[in-house]
Ligand binder design. Structure first.
Ligand code: 2DT
Ligand code: MG
Length: 211
């Protein structure tokens, strides 16, 4: 083709508490990138479609019980099993937009009282996201968006602890977005940030998380 090769794709992750608007923003970003002719893949974790993901789904729906460390490792394994696909997509120049990643893994298990370092270890070495958008919302504001669902973890007190762990995990390079703003305004902010940084990232080798 006459089009210059763009370099690798960009790995974009969305994190935030339940009802912060992650899924909406992922969808809007994916639709936008498609509309400007980019190749884009939309992933979410947990990926409930795999065998591991089905076990996670059963746990979240409360039909099975699993020991806390064991379910933590399954969430991590569910990411590792998709790494070959993520790498291949990025190598092919495809944008990869991900709804939750290892930060959710740490936040939700550490919120049960486990050590953050222990929680991070299984995910060390995963593809390191180029961009992390954190949709920031108070637990109180999240609750005004309607009641939580019926799944495990969908309780105000637990979400409060999850938010505290996210605060500890947040580093300077996270893009913190005020999730109470209008969704179109948030989307514009996100897409502008991405377009601004795209070229820089596409020329930098993918790093490994927490290494
Ligand atoms: P969704 O509502 O987004 O499907 O998430 N979770 C998620 C963990 O406890 N560990 C993880 O590693 C991930 C990715 C967050 C379902 C729930 O699973 C939690 C909410
Ligand atoms: Mg949910």
């Amino acid at each position: 083709s006459s089009v210059a090769r763009r370099g690798r794709g960009i790995l974009v992750v969305f994190e935030g508490c339940d009802r912060s608007g992650k899924s909406t923003q992922c969808r809007m970003l994916v639709d936008y990138l498609k509309s400007i002719g980019r190749d884009v893949a939309h992933l979410r974790f947990p990926d409930r479609t795999t065998a591991i993901g089905q076990s996670i789904n059963d746990y979240l729906q409360g039909t099975t019980e699993l020991e806390d460390h064991a379910i933590h490792l399954l969430f991590s394994a569910n990411r590792w099993e998709s790494v070959p696909r993520i790498k291949q997509l990025l190598d092919n120049g495809t944008f990869v937009v991900v709804d939750r990643y290892a930060f959710s893994g740490v936040a939700f298990t550490a919120a049960k009282g486990y050590d953050v370092t222990w929680c991070k270890n299984p995910d060390r070495g995963l593809p390191d996201p180029d961009l992390i958008f954190y949709l920031d919302i108070s637990t109180k504001d999240a609750q005004t968006r309607g009641s939580y669902g019926e799944e495990r973890y969908e309780k105000a007190e637990f979400q409060e602890r999850v938010a505290e762990i996210y605060e500890q995990l947040k580093s300077n390079d996270w893009k913190v977005v005020d999730a109470m703003k209008d969704k179109n305004e948030i989307h514009e902010e996100i897409r502008n940030t991405l377009l601004e940084l795209e070229e820089q990232f596409s020329k930098t080798p993918l790093k490994r998380l927490w290494t």
